[in-house]
Design a protein around this ligand. Structure first.
Ligand SMILES: *[C@@H]1O[C@H](CO)[C@@H](O)[C@H](O)[C@H]1NC(C)=O
Ligand SMILES: *[C@@H]1O[C@H](CO)[C@@H](O)[C@H](O)[C@H]1NC(C)=O
Ligand SMILES: *[C@@H]1O[C@H](CO)[C@@H](O)[C@H](O)[C@H]1NC(C)=O
Ligand SMILES: *[C@@H]1O[C@H](CO)[C@@H](O)[C@H](O)[C@H]1NC(C)=O
Ligand SMILES: *[C@@H]1O[C@H](CO)[C@@H](O)[C@H](O)[C@H]1NC(C)=O
Ligand SMILES: *[C@@H]1O[C@H](CO)[C@@H](O)[C@H](O)[C@H]1NC(C)=O
Ligand SMILES: *[C@@H]1O[C@H](CO)[C@@H](O)[C@H](O)[C@H]1NC(C)=O
Ligand SMILES: *[C@@H]1O[C@H](CO)[C@@H](O)[C@H](O)[C@H]1NC(C)=O
Ligand SMILES: *[C@@H]1O[C@H](CO)[C@@H](O)[C@H](O)[C@H]1NC(C)=O
Ligand SMILES: *[C@@H]1O[C@H](CO)[C@@H](O)[C@H](O)[C@H]1NC(C)=O
Length: 510
């Protein structure tokens, strides 16, 4: 009001221009006829003719035309009050043709374009900048190529931009940072390269960001720490390098953080302990180093944590015992040392645990008898020693048990023979003695069994000799006795090495 009172000439001019612009815009609204014409012209260029598009014809019911066509929705245009096309939805019709053949100028009234899961080629046409009301642009899973135009920045109302699984190349234009209404940005599985622009930090409403499977380089910009609404951040399978910015720890709404298969170095910032809503943390296959921060143990909602194939040192934090929702924990292929903390045994929901290829010492904690939902348990290639504890009778769901390449000694616990679901069993390369546990393969599922390079003695359990599911078995360099003729007739068996034992019998060949 105060402004209007002291109306300066400049203000007057401004209002006039605004008025004129509104008028022009209203006039510029294409008629339904023009819009239908643009769709029909595009249909004529398509190389495929899905049945759904039969309704797109001049001969159809003119009173509802083209608003009753398949995949077309109309609404009253706000400024001009005329009926216009606002939505097009042709997902998964195997449309073959050029996206740029569609006259976007005629379709300037669109709020939603859903053309995903087709075979559209060509570039994102420059004419797309006339779609000032566009909120949804879903072109994923096509064969769209070329670079992303900086002009996309004029689609100011855009909420959802899904261009994943295309053949886009070039750099991500920093002007994307001007799309202040974006909620979802998915550019995964393209051929984008160059840096992630720091301007993305302006996308204050962004909830999901996915750049997986491109060739992005440089560091992860610290400005991403401004995206406080973010729940999903996927940057895996790129060439990102340098340190993880500590600012990522400000993303307290983050549920999934996935940056695996990159070239990140440095340690995990301590701020990550604030990401209390995290359900998934995936940082594997990088060059991260240092100790695993104790603070990760505060992320009590985590279901999956994968820190494998990095250069982490030190011990597994005992705080991990608080991560009671964890179902998958992967720490393999690092340089972790010390004993396995007994607190890991509190993770009663664990289904898959892989600690292989580290330098872990001592034995498997007895607390692990509580991990009753484990199906996969792998501790291969560590410095574990002493007897294998008697816990396996409790872990009845195990399908995969890898204890190989450690320094376990003593007898193989009999309970291992009672695991009916076991498919893969490895305890080769230890210092185990005594007989093989009776009952091995009594569940009839055992496929891969290796126990070579131990001091095992005694007969082959008859359940193993009759094990028809066996694909691969290696027991060489033990003191095992018995007749192996039976084994030779199992149709699934592809590889067997029983050499350097005390076996006899004729193997039939087939
Ligand atoms: C007209 O459209 C309706 C509904 O979209 C469709 O079922 C019909 O086949 C169309 N008719 C012609 C002649 O294209
Ligand atoms: C055209 O569509 C209108 C509205 O749905 C309907 O009332 C009319 O009967 C249709 N005319 C023909 C020829 O199908
Ligand atoms: C696209 O549509 C606009 C508006 O209807 C029209 O002026 C223009 O000539 C069309 N362009 C082409 C290449 O058909
Ligand atoms: C990344 O770049 C390399 C080398 O230029 C190329 O071989 C590879 O296909 C690219 N990957 C993607 C996903 O574009
Ligand atoms: C991005 O698209 C891919 C492929 O469709 C999908 O798997 C992924 O979940 C999407 N990312 C987000 C954050 O929604
Ligand atoms: C975003 O974050 C950076 C670095 O953390 C900061 O310097 C900048 O002011 C922030 N920008 C906005 C728009 O919040
Ligand atoms: C664990 O999961 C349950 C069920 O999904 C959920 O209710 C709970 O909030 C999660 N977090 C913790 C710390 O228990
Ligand atoms: C183990 O991690 C190193 C990097 O730390 C990597 O080069 C190697 O490929 C990984 N091994 C496997 C089997 O993935
Ligand atoms: C184990 O799995 C079962 C079935 O999926 C589930 O009901 C149970 O909550 C899980 N956790 C424990 C500790 O039993
Ligand atoms: C293997 O175990 C036996 C006892 O069973 C022990 O005497 C021997 O020292 C162990 N060897 C190694 C290399 O640990």
């Amino acid at each position: 009001m105060r402004l209007a009172m002291e109306a300066s000439p400049l203000l007057l001019l401004l209002s006039l221009t605004l008025l004129l612009a509104t008028f022009l815009q209203a006039k510029a609204v294409p008629s339904l006829q023009e819009q239908a014409g643009a769709l029909l012209a595009w249909k004529a260029t398509l190389q495929s003719h899905p049945a759904q598009l039969h309704s797109w014809s001049r001969g159809n019911n003119t009173s509802t035309w083209p608003c009753s066509w398949y995949g077309i929705e109309c609404s009253k245009h706000q400024a001009s009050h005329q009926e216009v096309i606002t939505k097009i939805s042709l997902r998964g019709l195997r449309l073959r043709g050029e996206l740029d053949a569609l006259n976007f100028t005629a379709l300037a009234t669109m709020t939603s374009i859903q053309l995903s899961h087709n075979r559209l080629t060509g570039r994102i046409p420059p004419g797309i900048v006339s779609l000032r009301d566009l909120r949804f642009l879903l072109l994923q899973r096509n064969q769209i190529r070329g670079p992303l135009s900086p002009a996309l920045a004029s689609l100011k109302k855009l909420r959802c931009l899904m261009l994943q699984q295309n053949e886009l190349s070039g750099e991500i234009p920093r002007q994307i940072g001007e799309l202040g209404n974006l909620v979802t940005l998915n550019l995964s599985a393209n051929h984008l390269f160059g840096p992630i622009p720091g301007e993305l930090g302006y996308l204050k409403k962004l909830v999901r960001l996915d750049f997986t499977c491109n060739n992005l380089t440089g560091s992860i910009p610290r400005n991403l720490g401004n995206l406080t609404k973010l729940t999903i951040l996927y940057l895996d399978v790129n060439q990102l390098s340098r340190h993880l910015p500590s600012e990522l720890g400000y993303l307290v709404n983050l549920r999934e953080l996935s940056i695996g298969i990159n070239k990140l170095t440095g340690s995990i910032p301590h701020t990550f302990g604030s990401l209390i809503n995290l359900v998934l943390l995936y940082l594997s296959d990088n060059e991260l180093s240092g100790c695993i921060p104790q603070g990760l143990g505060y992320l009590v909602n985590l279901k999956m944590m994968d820190l494998s194939s990095n250069n982490f040192i030190g011990s597994i934090p005992s705080t991990f015992g608080s991560l009671i929702n964890l179902t998958q924990l992967y720490l393999w292929n690092n340089t972790l040392s010390s004993c396995i903390p007994q607190e890991l045994g509190y993770l009663v929901n664990l289904e898959d645990l892989d600690l292989s290829y580290n330098k872990l010492m001592c034995s498997i904690p007895n607390t692990f008898r509580s991990l009753i939902n484990l199906t996969g348990f792998r501790v291969s290639d560590n410095h574990l020693m002493g007897p294998i504890p008697n816990i396996f009778g409790f872990l009845t769901k195990l399908t995969m048990l890898y204890l190989d390449d450690n320094q376990f000694s003593g007898h193989v616990p009999r309970e291992i023979g009672t695991l009916k679901d076991l498919q893969n069993l490895q305890f080769d390369g230890n210092n185990l003695s005594g007989p093989l546990p009776p009952g091995l393969c009594s569940g009839g599922r055992l496929k891969h069994f290796t126990a070579y390079d131990n001091n095992l003695i005694g007969p082959l359990p008859s359940s193993l000799v009759h094990c028809k599911s066996l694909v691969r078995v290696r027991l060489e360099r033990n003191e095992i006795k018995g007749d192996i003729s039976e084994l030779g007739v199992h149709p699934n068996l592809l590889y067997m090495d029983m050499s350097s034992n005390k076996l006899f019998g004729q193997l039939s060949s087939h």
